[in-house]
Design a protein around this ligand. Structure first.
Ligand code: XUL
Ligand code: CO
Length: 457
């Protein structure tokens, strides 16, 4: 179900009576404060206290929340069966640079009021695509001037930028994997410009998500050639990054399908294999999104653990999907088990370096007011604050990690250590097994460990 295709043609409902001659875009909403668990105020944090310390770091340092420009500013909340419903009074619905520049004010006021310190964008969410590439580049620069000013005024930083290589009709058969070399070149030009602007704005990272880097039918597709092209594009981007001295991280974002029938970066394992095969391992880390994991038939924890095992977890697109609907619903994360599992991974990794928790999430079509944007982000931030505290408590307690360590302890010494160190052959192990007799195993204690997690929730 093509959700994203609608994101970039927002049908913003104009509510004329709400148009205010004021600098404030959200005049009725105060700055969101932490009020604690006794508070009944829906516009307050109950758990997220930015400066509260958890295990030697403040919550905001641990969580590094990011706000997605495309959902917060550009998503009209249309669905495949109906037009957009979102009330965004500041938006005149036009494709003008002035309208794009005005949105910057709304975005930054929103983030300031929520206490969100990072944001993420696609080139085409912040600035319009105009009649030709040069005009689009110029529009992007003009909006970047506003973004730069707003960043300076507020201290809000860019978590990552990216290029939208999936919405325009030229990318109908892909960008880096398009069978048309001129489309490949156009996509490369857009990436170059988006890296330039991300660099200029001090971005911590840059994301590659290829919604159309895959196929709809194999009858017309040369997979080997397409993958080589995609790798060539990423290699050029890596070279360019080094050339201009951009020190942010590059992230690749797995998703199995939607809008493509099959997307090459389908899950963590496929991305890692692709990076290794094309000598790009180490140059790009992974940006893992919960709803994409679900679509891939994995849990979020699975995707994170696979990335972490390869030392390649970079950042997280924090959202969730509706298990019944079955497409990328990009909902705000409110499930405490989910946020606990995510934060267990993040803490065990030693925290984010340049990544963060970007809310790649939108309000439901039914939740069309500007106030709903606040409820949605407050809920996500509180859910992650709880996940952080719970995960920290579980790790402090130590029983979960000790159990896992103990489970593998036969590899810490003796024959196990020799196996891990590559010191034994099949013949050696045959001799060992003949002598050793039938091996013993112990319970995996899944239910006990699930109960242990519940004790902390
Ligand atoms: C699409 C998606 C994208 C990427 C950036 O499902 O997640 O918004 O995060 O292109
Ligand atoms: Co995403």
């Amino acid at each position: 179900m093509l959700d994203l295709f609608l994101i970039f043609s927002p049908e913003i409902v104009r509510v004329e009576q709400l148009l205010l001659m004021s600098d404030e875009f959200f005049p009725d909403i105060p700055k969101i404060e932490f009020e604690g668990t006794d508070s009944k105020n829906p516009l307050a944090f109950k758990h997220y206290d930015a400066n509260e310390t958890v295990g030697g770091k403040t919550m905001k340092e641990h969580l590094r929340f990011g706000c997605a420009y495309w959902h917060t500013m550009r998503n009209g909340l249309a669905d495949p069966f109906g037009e957009g419903t979102a009330e965004r009074p500041w938006d005149d619905g036009s494709n003008s640079v002035e309208n794009a520049q005005k949105r910057v004010g709304a975005m930054f006021e929103f983030m300031q009021k929520c206490g969100i310190e990072y944001y993420c964008f696609h080139d085409r969410d912040v600035a319009p695509e105009l009649e030709d590439l040069q005009a689009s580049h110029d529009a992007f620069d003009a909006v970047a001037d506003e973004l730069e000013k707003a960043q300076k005024e507020t201290g809000i930083k860019l978590l990552w930028g990216t290029a939208c290589l999936f919405a325009h009709k030229r990318y109908n058969q892909g960008a880096g994997t398009s069978p048309y070399a001129d489309v490949f070149a156009y996509g490369a030009a857009q990436i170059k410009k988006a890296i330039d602007v991300t660099h200029r704005l001090g971005g911590e990272g840059y994301v590659f998500w290829g919604g159309r880097e895959g196929y709809a039918t194999l009858y017309n597709t040369d997979i080997g050639r397409e993958l080589n092209h995609l790798a060539a594009l990423l290699r050029m981007a890596v070279d360019y990054k080094k050339k201009i001295g951009f020190t942010g991280d590059f992230f690749i974002e797995p998703k199995p399908r939607e809008p493509s029938t099959h997307q090459y970066d389908s899950d963590s394992a496929a991305c890692l294999n692709f990076l290794r095969e094309h000598n790009l391992y180490g140059e790009l880390k992974l940006n893992i999104e919960t709803n994409h994991a679900t679509l891939a038939g994995h849990t979020m924890m699975h995707e994170l653990e696979v990335a972490m095992a390869a030392n390649a977890l970079g950042s997280i697109d924090a959202n969730t999907g509706d298990e019944l609907i079955g497409w990328d619903t990009d909902q705000f994360p409110t499930n405490i088990y989910l946020t606990t599992q995510i934060m267990l991974c993040v803490l065990r990794m030693g925290g984010f370096d340049k990544g963060g928790l970007n809310f790649d999430a939108k309000c439901r079509r039914e939740s069309f007011t500007t106030e709903d944007l606040f409820h949605a982000h407050i809920g996500g931030m509180d859910a992650f604050a709880r996940g952080l505290k719970i995960a920290h408590a579980i790790l402090e307690d130590g029983r979960l990690e000790d159990f896992k360590k103990q489970r593998y302890s036969s590899f810490d010494s003796g024959i196990g250590a020799q196996i891990e160190n590559g010191e034994v052959s099949l013949e050696d192990l045959e001799a060992y097994a003949l002598k050793n007799g039938e091996p013993q195993t112990q319970s995996g204690r899944q239910e006990m460990l699930e109960n242990l997690i519940n004790d902390f929730i």
